[in-house]
Ligand binder design. Structure first.
Ligand code: CP
Ligand code: NVA
Length: 310
């Protein structure tokens, strides 16, 4: 059997393929703005499994499938047997008999990997504890729109070494830009993710810097990025994390260390007054809603790429 065209991390495609997805997304955005309709996924159904909450991911995937002529099926793990202990491998094989693609948001990354292993239709990662590749695709598309390129830019990521930070590492390694991550002690990204990405970075001209110093990361950056200090599933650690992350808020002063014309990005949802000040979030340099919009366009490109041909 031919392996389905899964999209689990940014390492699942070549740099040229990732660039192609971004170019397609920009074209789809332009065509949507000009009222051009699409039917690439006519007759195709996407199962969308959510084991965590979502606003952007759910709505952009549902709208994207609909706009491509396909059918999105929202499946909360609270309502399907997966939430009552049915195994991932059985769920994968059952859903594969009905639908043309499966999108999943879950906890451990190994759940997505197992789903993909047993599924005979493409699986798309819509966030795990380790990676959020669809978000970073939208962010890179936003970089391309703002700066006309992705290669050679510097992205400063200030905060938790979480799923967003780890996907940024893969993105920089693949697309040839510099990711500089400033995190407090005890909150660094996984060493395994870095060492794997380093091999790609060497080949593609990417650079990965890890530091405890916000200034070192932010200096001369084109993009300053942050994310929540407590991700989904870490709610009980919130108070401890607020203490541990003091000094890691993106403020006007931090933005001033970046290049003139630098943009502020955040995957959202944001916690004003924690990882970012209200002033920066609402500033002219903030492109947070462009990023959110671009989820729709880039995921349409990913959907066509994964399930358009089956
Ligand atoms: N950025 C993002 O994935 O948002 P949601 O959690 O609302 O889907
Ligand atoms: N790091 C955040 C991202 C949300 C889109 C989380 O996992 O909750």
């Amino acid at each position: 059997m031919i392996k389905p065209r899964h999209f689990l991390t940014l390492l699942d495609r070549t740099p040229a393929e990732l660039q192609n997805l971004i170019n397609t997304a920009i074209r789809l955005k332009d065509e949507r703005n000009n009222g051009i309709k699409h039917r690439e996924l006519d007759g195709k159904t996407l199962a969308m499994i959510f084991e965590k909450s979502s606003t952007r991911t759910r709505i952009s995937f549902e709208t994207g499938m609909y706009e491509l002529g396909g059918h999105p099926m929202f499946l909360s793990s609270r309502d399907i047997q997966l939430g009552r202990g049915e195994t991932i491998k059985d769920t994968a094989r059952v859903l594969s008999r009905y639908v043309h693609g499966i999108m999943i948001r879950t906890f451990g990354h190994e759940r997505v990997v197992e789903l993909a292993e047993y599924s005979t239709v493409p699986v798309i990662n819509a966030l795990t504890d380790s990676f959020h590749p669809c978000q970073i695709m939208a962010d890179m598309m936003t970089m391309q729109e703002k700066f006309g390129k992705i290669k050679g830019l510097k992205v400063a990521y200030i905060g938790d070494g979480n799923n967003m930070a780890q996907s940024w590492i893969n993105a920089a390694a693949q697309m040839g830009f510099h990711i500089a991550i400033a995190s407090p002690k005890g909150y660094w990204v996984d060493y395994d993710v870095v060492s794997r990405a380093e091999k790609y970075a060497e080949k593609n001209g990417g650079k990965i810097t890890l530091t405890h110093h916000v200034e070192e990361a932010a200096e001369n950056a084109h993009v300053v990025y942050t994310d929540v200090w407590a991700s989904m599933g870490q709610e009980e650690e919130s108070q401890k994390r607020i203490k541990d992350f003091q000094g890691y808020q993106v403020t006007r002063e931090v933005m001033n260390l970046a290049l003139k014309g630098a943009v502020f990005m955040h995957c959202l949802p944001a916690h004003r007054g924690e990882e970012v000040s209200e002033e920066v979030l609402e500033s002219e340099n903030s492109v947070i809603f462009d990023e959110a919009e671009n989820r729709l366009h880039v995921q349409k490109a990913i959907l066509i790429d994964c399930i358009g041909g089956i």
